[in-house]
Ligand binder design. Structure first.
Ligand code: WTA
Length: 645
């Protein structure tokens, strides 16, 4: 595509921006030419170190060996809290906005520091020590930030499990990361409904013999089952806890957190991030990508259960001394103007959300937006999936009144922070393009043979340089880390995304090239959903693919083959959906189930997903070569019974 629409840099933004066009060019060039010097400067600028590093970077992709700032010592909570106290102890660190619009609360840096120290002491009293893994399974309550930072204060490693995951998914993650401690709430609130939290932990715990304690945050008056000796109330433990807790000196490469994410094969993997590089990258990208200035009120709508919630709701903003908003609810409750009302209520300057939310709100009509003011907004951001130009234009014109640059930020759980993105004062914008690489990032477009293509090109996206925020391993399975990211194309980190580079060098992400699908900005492995479906005794085989969905980006389309003699029925369809909810969570529920007597397979028995994807997308003319199929008539049958929704 040429002649894409271009929105020029806004003088009003550029005149006050940290990074302008010449600064970007100069800094980018230096970041590539002299990475050691560049990153050492940034690490000094953004972080407080208890002891300086001796080696900036030591990387060897063939071994998945990635080290930054070795020899350096620092503490994340000290960087996010203590060092701000002298200047901003009375500044609000967190604005919490409840699901119920009448409920909100503000926590200053002093209060947050105090609560974090107290909870760190609670964790210690439970026996948690440096290097231990703590599972956090929480709704979007302000305490989530306290718990995360308390873990970092004593050097324990958190593993946050999204509150929408099922008991079974929680159990798998607790076991995989050997967590002996869980922090949860009694229940959660979302969209006027309650969500079960503690009961899921109780159920998961049945399969977790090593679990020692469950710390429960009281979020309601609901009675919950109680297991004496294992369960502890957060508020009771906090009452007696001292608010003095020294921050443990952590090595730059000590693990900071594990976060599970889906891949093309097998169970979700525990992506491991470490302390110094991650924090630097989160803070630096937060400041430059959103052009964050002191005093800005910043709101990222992500859930803490995803990487965006980690890097851009908690660690990046707090490291920069920002006021960050934590919203418990959903964009459409009580009405579809909730986001815009919150923006007016708290005078938000920087707003960061996902295309799926933008599309859903766009579908509700402009009135919900235009009846609010939004004049406080300066920068808009998008993350999680490709944003279609139509949604981009609506976001820009209707939400931002054509005043605010939209930063379309491409990155991944594994990258720790934003990798390809416009910088608001430095780049013209093209709707639908993530534009140009952040400092130190070297995108490469590879063909199937692994050749790096130059100029205008399309292929798979790989990165030839390491950057400080890069994941260090897959918890408990370093070989899988190497195999997944560094084996396909030697010398590169392989992203799993497709990409195009245009005549201006702008990057356009085209979506996943593997068996990962992106449903409402949530990354799902089709293999995981298939494994859940085949647990049903009536199911012989299942294949899951994504298909274009107006709101969710991709929907989940399942082709299911039943055992001989079993009749397909509406009831069975419901049972399968329930099974997926039980095994993974509601976010993985298939939108469409198509019964099929057989799946298209090659003679060697491999399912030809390419064909299923085309059928699901209703692209029936482009099925390609089907001659290698064991039984080409299977495809005719699948096409004849395709489900339209
Ligand atoms: C997709 C979320 C296009 C991409 C931060 C990536 C995007 C996956 C964008 C990672 C974007 C994320 N444009 N695609 N701006 N942002 N993606 O790990 O396919 O949940 O590989 O991290 O989301 O999803 P994850």
């Amino acid at each position: 595509m040429t002649n894409a629409k271009i929105y020029d840099i806004k003088p009003a933004i550029a005149s006050n921006a940290h990074i302008t066009q010449p600064i970007y060019q100069n800094m980018y060039q230096r970041s590539i030419a002299e990475p050691d010097v560049f990153w050492a400067e940034q690490a000094t600028l953004f972080l407080n170190w208890q002891k300086p590093w001796h080696t900036v970077m030591d990387c060897d992709y063939s071994r998945g060996h990635i080290r930054w700032f070795e020899g350096g010592l620092l503490n994340v909570s000290e960087n996010c809290l203590d060092r701000h106290l002298a200047e901003r102890s009375d500044q609000v660190a967190i604005i919490w906005e409840g699901d119920d619009p009448t409920r909100d609360k503000k926590i200053t840096y002093r209060e947050l520091h105090q609560q974090v120290c107290q909870f760190a002491n609670v964790l210690k009293a439970q026996g948690v020590s440096k290097g231990d893994c703590v599972c956090i399974y929480l709704p979007m309550i302000a305490e989530a930030a306290v718990v995360m930072l308390a873990c970092t204060r004593i050097g324990s490693v958190h593993s946050i499990v999204f509150g929408g995951f099922s008991a079974e998914a929680l159990k798998d993650r607790i076991l995989d990361s050997n967590c002996q401690y869980v922090v949860c709430a009694d229940i959660g609130y979302r969209g006027g409904k309650t969500t079960v939290i503690k009961a899921n932990v109780d159920q998961a715990a049945l399969g977790c013999p090593n679990l020692k304690s469950v710390i429960v945050i009281k979020n309601s008056d609901t009675d919950v089952a109680w297991f004496n000796g294992r369960d502890i109330w957060y508020h009771v433990a906090m009452q007696n806890a001292s608010d003095h807790c020294p921050a443990v000196a952590m090595a730059a490469e000590d693990p900071l957190f594990i976060l599970y994410t889906s891949g093309s094969t097998g169970k979700p993997k525990g992506v491991l991030h470490s302390t110094g590089g991650y924090l630097l990258y989160a803070a630096m990208t937060h400041k430059y990508v959103f052009d964050y200035h002191d005093g800005d009120i910043y709101w990222c709508t992500a859930d803490i259960g995803w990487i965006t919630g980690h890097s851009y709701m908690i660690y990046g903003p707090l490291c920069n001394g920002a006021t960050t908003v934590l919203f418990e609810g959903v964009p459409t409750y009580p009405e579809a103007d909730r986001f815009w009302r919150i923006i007016d209520k708290h005078q938000i300057n920087i707003f960061y959300t996902a295309p799926t939310a933008i599309r859903a709100l766009m579908a509700q009509g402009n009135d919900f937006v235009t009846r609010t003011n939004r004049s406080s907004l300066r920068i808009l951001g998008s993350v999680g999936e490709p944003i279609n130009p139509e949604a981009w234009e609506w976001y820009y014109h209707v939400v931002g009144d054509a005043r605010c640059p939209v930063v379309d930020t491409w990155w991944q759980t594994e990258t720790g922070g934003i990798m390809i993105t416009p910088l608001p004062g430095a780049m013209a914008l093209k709707p639908g393009s993530a534009s140009l690489p952040f400092f130190g990032v070297k995108p490469e477009i590879l063909d199937n043979q692994g050749n790096s293509l130059q100029g205008i090109a399309e292929g798979v996206l790989a990165l030839s340089r390491s950057w400080p925020g890069q994941a260090r391993s897959i918890y408990g399975d370093h070989q899988r880390f190497i195999d997944t990211y560094f084996k396909s194309y030697a010398g590169y980190y392989f992203t799993g995304d497709g990409v195009r580079r245009d005549e201006d060098g702008y990057y356009w992400i085209t979506g996943r090239v593997d068996d990962v699908i992106n449903v409402s900005g949530h990354r799902m492995g089709t293999a995981e959903i298939e494994s859940a479906l085949v647990l049903h005794t009536h199911v012989a085989e299942a294949a899951v693919v994504g298909y274009p969905h107006d709101i969710k980006g991709q929907g989940i389309y399942a082709f299911v083959t039943l055992n001989a003699g079993v009749q397909a029925s509406e009831q069975l369809s419901k049972e399968l959906v329930n099974l997926v909810r039980q095994e993974i969570g509601a976010i993985a529920s298939p939108d469409i189930i198509q019964w099929t007597p057989a799946l298209p397979k090659t003679r060697s028995g491999k399912i030809m997903r390419r064909i299923l994807r085309k059928v699901a997308a209703n692209e029936l003319n482009g099925l390609g070569d089907t001659s290698t199929l064991a039984d080409p008539s299977v495809v005719d049958n699948i096409i004849a019974h395709r489900v339209n929704k």
